[in-house]
Design a protein around this ligand. Sequence first.
Ligand code: PLP
Length: 387
Amino acid sequence: MIFLDAAATTPVRREVLEAMWPYLTGEFGNPSSHHSLGDAAATALAGARAATAKALGCRPGEVIFTSGGTEADNLAVKGIALARRSADPGLDRVAISAVEHPAVEESARYLERVHGFGVDVIPVDRYGQVTEEALLAVLGPRTALVSVMYANNEVGTVQPVARLAALARERGIPFHTDAVQAAGWLPLDTGALGVDALSMSGHKLGAPKGSGALFLRGRTRVEPLVHGGGQERGRRSGTENVAGAVATATALTLAATADPAGPSGRVAALRDGFIEAVLAGVPGAFLTGHPTERLPSVASFCFPGTSGESVLLELERQGVICSSGSACAAGSDAPSPVLLAMGIEPAVAQTAVRFSFDSAITAGELQEAAAAVRTAVVSVRALGPTS
Ligand code: PLP
């Protein structure tokens, strides 16, 4: 089997499992307990927080461990917007890009539905990028928060986050970025990015599902979503997932200390070879997303005259595992809102297939996959688009 769905999830790395193991077994204490087992857990949590902060270029107090990317996005979008509006009732709008993950999009819609916020959707260009002009067109005196993702999960397009964040901050508006797909591939220095909040998820880079973190800058106020014992400085109650925090920190550290030009440069070159082979082998196929400003790990296409789901099934029969876009929308018949926002016709958007790899991918695997794609598309086209 060739696994080309790493943007959906990755296996736990051995180093990560070894680092978290003690906190699942012998050192199982609750970090709030005042005895030696509790102290050991609290020390591990503090170490994980310091390591995560180092990888994100921030202070340990600016890291909130969460149950993953979805919770980090919810806390950033709802928590910051609600805290700002309670300080100033005139701040009652949020601006999000048209290609956000549902964790951001649905958080904004919740604010609209339940709390009466206005939602400004920032359009993207045909590559899925937010331009500075498009952002400026929606910002106003009532904007409580801007949220634009770092890299898109369906097409891999990377946003000019530092430039966009600077525009928001010049106007005193906090800027959140969903870096769930960027983590492990792009620099995560929150200082250089100039963002006020950044979400990441452990399971995209070798930590277990259900682990992740939110960076929240300095004094940025946030209304907590989970109430209870006041853990994470009152911003996220609940007994901390010590092993999950250790796993997140270890995975981030491993990714940060890997030579940035190493896996990324190597994988980007393999991705480009794969894109070339698919486009050469499949008449009518086209790449979706930005041609160069894209994650090294994502190649996404439309195959007109097919249905993406049928191509996936055919590929799986040939031993290649991939996806039609976001794992969260898998199985849904609706065309991807991300592709529609990029101006792709609904019928063509339904022919989308995403291939995403981890840093262990080899040229041989991608050659084999490109040949399988050719065969799969030919056989689906022969059966007709509704096959
Ligand atoms: N944001 C993006 C861009 C994602 O790709 C995902 C997961 O696919 C999430 C958020 C949600 O993260 P999690 O699965 O950790 O809840």
